[in-house]
Design a protein around this ligand. Structure first.
Ligand code: SAH
Length: 296
């Protein structure tokens, strides 16, 4: 049995709540949009009933309240529905659709086939069930579009905080020689390995291990990357930034996302202090992407 949580959300709250749920290890989440009323959105999350008795569910909601308060908003009343395992039509999978990104990429839920109109696109098959990053998050899209704009042909790419592995998969599809990926979350490691296999990639092409920037440095083995991808929240990027230098070649570049546009100035200052030139590359809604290179 499953609990399905339905929570009406204000657009400005959507991303924070998704981040929070994912951070709590809930990965079966979706946001329902009503095309005729784009302001009306419902956040959906599916929780295994066994693991979520009432007090746990109440705690979960209580942990979301402060996020709404940050924006001066009140969290709407949650609705809980109990669902049988096989109730496919109500399942989270129904909410994932083939998702064209940029000019050439297509994120394809693994259980679907390529729609005719997207036949020319580079397909990234994903089973988003177990980890963040199906490509639908604006920061993931920002990274994918930046990769597409400057394809990493022949490059050694480091994926720090790989989640579902989507960025590494895209880098390989766009010509990267190899990807070395790490994430602190063991679920992410499994998801990245599974998704690599789904896309017919060998473990040599995409190496993935549990850990953070130090692990990454070790895996690179003194042969730093040409490109660093890091899509994590701004405070985390800030904390990890002192470790960037050893993982990137002197002429390499880094694409950093996961930050809010208003967090860019502070992060830029920190990065500059650590010897990086920083360029704001793109933004989508409230989210931004920075490119870093070693200062001359
Ligand atoms: N790269 C994916 C996932 C981004 S979500 C995408 O772009 O869609 C951010 C990921 O960073 C999560 O999977 C989280 O587990 C991981 N993460 C958080 N803190 C980390 C840290 N200190 N070191 C490495 N990974 C971290």
């Amino acid at each position: 049995m499953w609990w399905r949580l339905s929570l009406p959300v204000q657009p400005e709250l959507e991303e924070s709540l998704l981040w929070k749920l994912t951070a709590m290890g809930l990965h079966r989440v979706a946001v329902q949009h009503a095309p005729e009323a784009p302001e009306q959105r419902t956040l959906l999350a599916w929780l295994p009933a066994q693991e979520w008795p009432e007090d746990q569910r109440q705690q979960l909601i209580a942990s979301l309240v402060p996020l709404a308060e940050t924006f001066g908003l009140k969290l709407a009343d949650p609705r809980w529905d109990e669902l049988a395992d096989e109730d496919w039509s109500l399942s989270w999978k129904q909410h994932w659709q083939p998702d064209p990104v940029g000019q050439t990429l297509l994120i394809l839920p693994a259980w679907l086939s390529v729609p005719q109109e997207h036949a020319q696109r580079l397909v990234l098959k994903m089973d988003p069930g177990s980890a963040f990053g199906t490509g639908s998050h604006p920061t993931t899209r920002l990274c994918l579009e930046a990769l597409e704009a400057t394809p990493p042909s022949g490059q050694r790419v480091a994926d720090l905080g790989c989640g579902s592995g989507v960025l590494g998969l895209a880098a390989l599809g766009l010509g990267a020689r190899e990807v070395i990926a790490v994430d602190t979350d063991s679920l992410a490691i499994r998801a990245t390995a599974d998704n690599a296999e789904l896309n017919g990639l060998s473990p040599e092409a995409l190496l993935v291990r549990q850990g953070s920037v130090e692990t990454l440095e070790g895996l690179l083995g003194g042969n730093p990357a040409d490109l660093l991808l890091c899509n994590i929240l701004a405070p985390v990027i800030e904390a990890l930034a002192p470790g960037f230098q050893p993982v990137l070649r002197p002429d390499g570049r880094g694409l950093l996302s996961g930050l809010l546009v208003e967090q860019a100035p502070r992060l830029t200052e920190v990065l500059q202090g650590l010897g990086w030139s920083v360029q704001a590359q793109a933004s989508q809604g409230r989210w931004g992407l920075l490119e870093i290179r070693r200062q001359p």
